[in-house]
Design a protein around this ligand. Structure first.
Ligand code: ATP
Ligand code: FE2
Length: 326
C-alpha cells in the first residue's frame, strides 16, 4: 500500500509518499520565506496553493511511481493556520476524488510522534515535540496521546525565531543561533520559567532583548537562551518519563535538530538508563511523509472518513484523536 500525505499547517507545504514498512519513497517540500516580519496566513496559503500540484508531481516522480499507484490520501487537518489548512484540505479532497481512493485527515502533532515510531526503534516513547508553533511533552496513555506538559505562551522555536528577527537575522533563526551559541562563553541570567509540567518563554524573550540593547554579545545571548530554554524542556521531559516510568524519549519538531538540545536530553536519558531517539532532520521538521505514514497506520487500524469528516480544525488537540491503530 502507498499513502500520499500532504502537510500544510503553517509555513511549509510538503508531500510525502510512504509504503507499509514506513519506507520513505518521497518527501519533498517548499517553505514560505517572508521577506520581513512573520508569516502571513493568507500569503502562506497562496504559496501552498501554487506549490501543491507541482510538489505532488515531483513526489510521484521521486518515488518512481504513477499517481494511480497511490492507495490513500492523507492531509494535515490541524492544528494550524486556517487558510493554510483549508488549502491543503481542498487539494487532498480533489486528489482523493480524482484517484477514487480513501482520504484521511491527520492530527499534525500525532504525526510528529508516529513518524518517529515508524523510522526509529522507539516503541512507546515520550515525545518532546519542539517546533516553532508547538512545544509539548506527549505520551500514549489510555487509548490517546496525552499532553503531559506544554508551553503556556509561545513555542520554543518561536522564541528563537523572534529573538533572531529582532536582532536582524533572517528566518528561521534557530539554526543561526545554534551556530552563534557555540562561540558563547558567559551565561546571562534569563528567567527559568517552569510551572509544574508547563513552560513559558515570552519572559525570556523580553529579557534577552533587554540584554541585547545593553550590549551583551549575540554569541553569549544565543548560548544563554539555548542553555536555559533547553534545560527547562529537559526538566519537564524527565518528570514525564519518571511519572510514566517510560525508558524511551523521542524528539520531534524542527528544534529537535539542535545538537545542544539532543546533548542535554540524551545526557538526562542516559543518567536514568533510558534511550533517546532522534529521527533524521527532514522528518523532524514539518513534512508530508509523517502525514502519509500516520494516515496509513490509521487506515490499517480501521479508521475511515467521508468528505464531511475532512473539515479542518485550527485548534485540533492532540488528545482529541482516538488512537485505534495501536
Ligand atoms: P509546527 O507547525 O509543528 O509548530 P513549525 O511550523 O514551527 O511547526 P518545524 O519545521 O517543525 O515547523 O520547525 C521550525 C522551527 O525549528 C523554527 O522555529 C526553526 O527556527 C527551528 N529550528 C530548525 N532547525 C533548528 C536548529 N538547528 N536549532 C534550533 N531550532 C531549529
Ligand atoms: Fe510541526
Amino acid at each position: 500500500m502507498h499513502a500520499l500525505g500532504i502537510e500544510g499547517t503553517a509555513h511549509t507545504v510538503g508531500i510525502g509518499i510512504v509504503d507499509d514498512a514506513c519506507r520513505i519513497l518521497a518527501n519533498v517540500y517548499d517553505m514560505v520565506k517572508p521577506e520581513k516580519g512573520g508569516i502571513h496566513p493568507r500569503e502562506a496559503a497562496n504559496h501552498h496553493a501554487e506549490m501543491v500540484v507541482p510538489l505532488i508531481r515531483k513526489a510521484v516522480d521521486v518515488a518512481g511511481l504513477d499517481l494511480s499507484d497511490v492507495d490513500l490520501v492523507a492531509f494535515s487537518q490541524g492544528p494550524g493556520l486556517g487558510p493554510c489548512l483549508r488549502t491543503v484540505a481542498t487539494a487532498a479532497r480533489a486528489l482523493s476524488l480524482a484517484l477514487e481512493v480513501p482520504i484521511l485527515g491527520v492530527n499534525h502533532c500525532v504525526a510528529h510522534l508516529e513518524i518517529g515510531r515508524g523510522v526509529t526503534a522507539a516503541k512507546d516513547p515520550v515525545l518532546l515535540y519542539v517546533s516553532g508553533g508547538n512545544t509539548q511533552v506527549i505520551a500514549f496513555a489510555r487509548g490517546r496521546y496525552r499532553v503531559f506538559g506544554e508551553t503556556l505562551d509561545i513555542g520554543v522555536g518561536n522564541l528563537l525565531d523572534k529573538f533572531a528577527r529582532e536582532a536582524g537575522l533572517p528566518f528561521p533563526g534557530g539554526p543561526i543561533l545554534e551556530k552563534l551559541a557555540r562561540e558563547g562563553r558567559t551565561l546571562v541570567p534569563l528567567p527559568y520559567s517552569v510551572k509544574g509540567m508547563d513552560v513559558a518563554f515570552s519572559g525570556m524573550l523580553t529579557a534577552a532583548l533587554t540584554f541585547r540593547k545593553q550590549g551583551t554579545s549575540m554569541e553569549d545571548l544565543a548560548f544563554s537562551i539555548q542553555e536555559v530554554a533547553f534545560a527547562m524542556l529537559t526538566e519537564v521531559t524527565e518528570r514525564a518519563m519518571a511519572h510514566l516510568d517510560n525508558p524511551e524519549i523521542l524528539l520531534g519538531g524542527g528544534v529537535a535538530r539542535n545538537k545542544r538540545l539532543q546533548e542535554m536530553v540524551g545526557r538526562m536519558a542516559a543518567d536514568r538508563g533510558a534511550k533517546m531517539f532522534v529521527p533524521p532532520g527532514d522528518l523532524c521538521i514539518d513534512n508530508g511523509a509523517m502525514i502519509a505514514w500516520t494516515g496509513l497506520e490509521m487506515h490499517r487500524g480501521g479508521v475511515r472518513a467521508s468528505l464531511a469528516d475532512t473539515v479542518v480544525d485550527q485548534r485540533y488537540r492532540t488528545d482529541e484523536v482516538p488512537v485505534s491503530w495501536r
